[in-house]
Design a protein around this ligand. Structure first.
Ligand code: NAP
Length: 276
């Protein structure tokens, strides 16, 4: 599989998204997040995944400016929070994100979680945002099949992306197949289980053959599944480690070992139980 750091996936509206990005959940707004994003941009990452609720959109905006890169050289994702759906302030929340990010558009805007009773109302606003040109693509996060079906029933625009927890222990292959059939690109959140799998023995053993770490093996395994991924770290050495995924290729047998770890155990919340 011929992949490079510059490899992209073409979304269902033709927009291209870098397959490997940088996640910033739990990177503290201010010096920590700004430095981490600075290291990532310096290391060549051109795709940042944030969210209003991460509280660090200002740092993302500042780090992008500081990098000296042109806005259109960076693929930027942010997300609409649940309370803003319940309070019918989807458009206002989007505009507040743009202001905090200090940009006039995002590359991808996602509904962070499916909120019961709000799915079609929220998606209508997402479509309006897309039509205004201030989001180059729109999508969802944490939508299971039945929630996507509900959304699709009233949708004029099909989501470009579904972002879902995906790691060795949590592989929803049915959802992945459903998305593929409909041209919805799949993004993996918590690829390292928010740190839980960084020392996973299966991955570490596989990595020995290639001189690669456990995290590198897991990230490469996800990329080889044609899934978009954005590991988070605030450490320069790990940020660099996590992008060095393109000088080795896992065999089918090695991928099967990681596939076999799937037990449906989540590290994050189940989208059926969103009460936040
Ligand atoms: N849509 C959603 O609901 C949702 C939910 C969760 C996450 N996400 C997105 O997905 C991104 C990634 O998920 P995540 O932040 O949960 O966690 P993750 O990327 O699975 O793991 C990050 C954790 O692993 C550590 N780590 C990273 N690289 C490492 C390495 N090479 N060696 C050892 N430790 C390493 C980090 O520590 P240090 O930072 O200390 O280095 C951090 O504690 C998020 O940042 C966010 O953008 C989305």
């Amino acid at each position: 599989m011929n992949l490079s750091f510059q490899s992209v996936i073409r979304l269902n509206n033709g927009v291209e998204i870098p397959r490997l990005g940088f996640g910033v959940w739990q990177a503290k707004n201010g010096e920590e997040a700004e430095n981490a994003i600075g290291y990532a941009l310096e290391a060549g990452y051109r795709h940042i995944d944030t969210a209003a609720v991460y509280g660090n959109e200002e740092s993302v905006g500042r780090a992008m400016k500081k990098s000296g890169l042109k806005r259109n050289e960076i693929f930027l994702t942010t997300k609409l929070w649940n309370a803003d759906q319940r309070e019918h302030r989807q458009m206002k929340a989007f505009e507040e994100s743009l202001a905090r990010l200090d940009t006039d558009y995002v590359d991808l805007y996602l509904v962070h979680w499916p909120v019961g009773g709000c799915i079609s109302e929220t998606w209508k606003v997402m479509e309006e945002i897309y039509r205004s040109g201030r989001a180059r693509a729109i999508g969802v996060s944490n939508f299971k099949i039945y929630q996507l079906e509900e959304l699709l029933m009233g949708a004029e625009i099909c989501p470009a992306v579904d972002q879902m927890e995906f790691n060795p222990c949590m592989q929803d292959n049915e959802l992945l197949a459903f998305c593929r059939e409909r041209g919805i690109a799949f993004e993996a959140w918590s690829p390292l289980g928010s740190g839980a799998f960084t020392r996973d023995n299966t991955a570490v053993q596989i990595g020995k053959k290639y001189g690669k770490s456990g995290p590198q093996v897991i990230l490469r395994w996800i990329l080889q599944k044609d899934i978009i991924v954005f590991p988070k770290s605030v450490h320069k050495n790990r940020i660099e480690e996590n992008r060095n995924l393109f000088d080795f290729e896992l065999t089918e047998e090695e991928c099967a070992l990681l596939d076999a770890m799937n037990c449906g155990k989540r590290t994050g919340p189940d989208p059926d139980c969103v009460d936040f």
